[in-house]
Design a binder for this molecule. Structure first.
Ligand SMILES: [Zn+2]
Length: 328
């Protein structure tokens, strides 16, 4: 389902929306914005709604939201407005390259075709490589008139300080659970119990929650928690079967985030026990900490250098089973 709210329909970021409207009202929307905050809370969605509002032809006042229904608004929602480009990482790439920034610069150099502004939105801006970041800096130092760049990132600290300092910064906070529920109510038809379950599974990330609400992923999560609960009593052969099932590229991509959340939950549980304080639990906390550190490193390596997924999972499952008393 395509979710394309206008600025007025954005849920959970009232202060951000008010600031953006104010900037438009003064006809100084700025040349460069930096939208930063946790993943999946709506930075990209707000950026697109901001562009839509700038382009809308049916606004009662300059500071109003896009109407959502005029030709300009519809084009933005359908992603075919000639004065808006979205820069995203290429398929299979891990960085945004200098070619992409050069295309963006060329785009800004043209006069707007139909809107008063030309807008570019760059996702994962912190993943620009050095050459790309330096090329972008040049554009920011001498911004073409009527151009507006919105950089979106979850890691503003990884951007060049000289890029950061030239941007108007907008911090996005995690969505409150009431706001999340409102968004999900418009996007899904889940019953209350499933809604609670997908919200817990998605941990505030709307994209992840929506993925879980498709059902298949939710089923995988249920099965994952079941299997993890049975780990201490599972046989080695069962662990190997599990590692094989979860080791396919598609499953692995979902299992890794589930595993990370599961580990955090376990650690949290162990820390709470330690607070009540015996030596035994303190030892166990240290063992869990070591295991989690080791597993996170292994998962990172698996992503970076393409380790064999099945073998990685076997190693992880055996370590976790032993930690919980399995005798092998
Ligand atoms: Zn409109």
């Amino acid at each position: 389902m395509t979710y394309f709210p206008t600025l007025d329909q954005i849920v959970g970021h009232d202060a951000v929306v008010a600031d953006l409207k104010q900037a438009m009202a003064n006809d100084h929307p700025g040349h460069a914005h930096l939208f930063f905050g946790p993943p999946g809370v709506g930075k990209w969605t707000v950026a697109a709604a901001f562009a839509q509002a700038l382009f809308c032809r049916h606004k009662p006042t300059p500071g109003a939201s896009g109407c959502g229904g005029c030709p300009a608004c519809l084009k933005v929602a359908a992603d075919n407005h000639g004065d808006l480009v979205r820069v995203v990482m290429g398929e299979g790439k891990t960085r945004i390259g200098v070619d992409q920034v050069r295309q963006l610069t060329a785009f800004f150099a043209l006069t707007p075709m139909e809107a008063p502004w030309k807008v570019a939105i760059m996702d994962d801006a912190a993943s620009m490589n050095e050459a790309a970041a330096n090329a972008l800096l040049k554009t920011l130092e001498e911004p073409p008139s009527r151009s507006l760049l919105i950089l979106v990132t979850r890691q503003p600290g990884k951007l060049l300080p000289t890029i950061r300092s030239r941007c108007l910064k907008t911090r996005f906070s995690p969505l409150a659970s009431a706001a999340l529920q409102r968004i999900l109510a418009t996007l899904t038809t889940l019953d209350a119990a499933t809604l609670q379950e997908v919200m817990a599974a998605g941990r505030g990330n709307v994209g992840r929650i929506l993925a879980f609400s498709q059902g298949e992923l939710l089923e995988l999560r249920r099965k994952f928690y079941q299997e993890m609960a049975g780990l201490p009593t599972a046989t080695l052969a069962q662990l190997f079967t599990l590692a094989e099932q979860w080791g396919t590229p598609e499953k692995f991509a979902h299992i890794v985030p589930l595993l990370k959340i599961w580990l955090q939950e376990r650690l949290h549980g162990v820390v709470l026990q330690t607070d009540r304080g015996t030596m035994a639990t303190r030892d166990s906390q240290e063992a869990w900490l070591k295991a989690i550190f080791w597993i996170e490193q292994l998962l990172r390596q698996a992503a970076e250098v393409n380790l064999n997924r099945r073998l990685v999972l076997e190693a992880v499952l055996i370590r976790l089973a032993r930690l919980q008393g399995a005798g092998y």
